[in-house]
Design a protein around this ligand. Sequence first.
Ligand code: GLU
Length: 417
Amino acid sequence: MEATTSSFLDTVLAQFDRAADRLNLEPGLRRVLRTCKRELTVNFPVRMDDGEIRIFTGYRVQHSQARGPAKGGIRYHPSVTLDEARALAILMTWKCAVMRLPFGGAKGAVACDPSRLSVGELERLTRRFTAELEPIIGPDSDIPAPDLGTGAREMAWMMDTYSMHRGYSIPAVVTGKPLEIGGSEGRAEATGHGVALCVAEVARRVGLPWPSISVAVQGFGNVGGVTARRLAAMGCRVVAVSDASGGVYRAAGLNVSALTRYVQEHGHVAGFPGGDQIDNATLLALDCDVLVPAAMERQIVRTNAAAVRARIIVEGANGPLDAEADRLLTERGVVIVPDVLANAGGVTVSYFEWVQDRESFFWGENEVYERLERVMLPAFDDVWRTAETHHTSLREAALLLAVDRVARAIRLRGIYP
Ligand code: GLU
């Protein structure tokens, strides 16, 4: 696992290096941006339900705060490492810059399997981890949010723990909270909503007969599930979805509402009677217009990239392709909408949530979605035009825009002292 995760960081740094080369970035700035500004590792005890005390390891990495407070999710997953948190923090810096949000990038993680912890254990773990992070998080310095294995419930505990220690409520310390305590309308659906917007946008630009396109979605959680539902509602044919349990396929298009009810009842996709049972490898290799990997990083790699037959890939997850898969598919003419653009709807509505919390003035759902489109569509257009002007992939174009914006901020601020 270690080798895999450190090469995720290598991939992310190689993407940066390519952009830095093309931008002729000065060596000093390269050194600044190749390094994560602040990294905290904490080993902390949690009392388990049986009275046993277990030690958990957690991380918070802040890559850059040049354009504003650091921003990024907290992941609960058994195999997370510091290198993975670094890679994901760097991606957050680029993502916020591509979307022109006034944030830098961060990521946090706790090595644990949330499915094997009781609600009480999860609450004690989350509260203790928050207390350990207190020296470096805050509404003006670093604002966590949900990621893999966490959600609104964990954000509520984080917000409450931080607020208890200050003596008053500070909702803007985390985003992705429940609506009742300062969350934003649309935040839970925002990432999937943004992915669907990108699918529509890229399909239109490459001349596919929108919405009559076929889409396969890997992952049926907060990102993949919402994406599949949105696309089905827009009139697309969602031919396959999968999760860790397996997948289902129906050439004429799945009934995504029935599938959603099935997953709510059974907790997984496998066994859904409205389609043929397939595995994840088959899903990734389906002959369809658009493939949306929305599960985890490094799902399409050197060994299975050649099998991909989709014309377009829209990255719902962070880093779902490794460097070789990215190169191979780009050379073959597959259009890849990169993570830092495709899944940026989540952090964009996190920004809206933070703004609403700070003003204590909350927007309606329509306003959130309108504003999300007003941020995402110009960002898509920026990336598309940059790719055309520089004859590059959309990923390289997004990186060029992002690295240039962050570099400008550093130059303007200067190096202290
Ligand atoms: N974890 C999400 C991401 O990777 C959201 C981060 C946020 O909202 O701050 O973009």
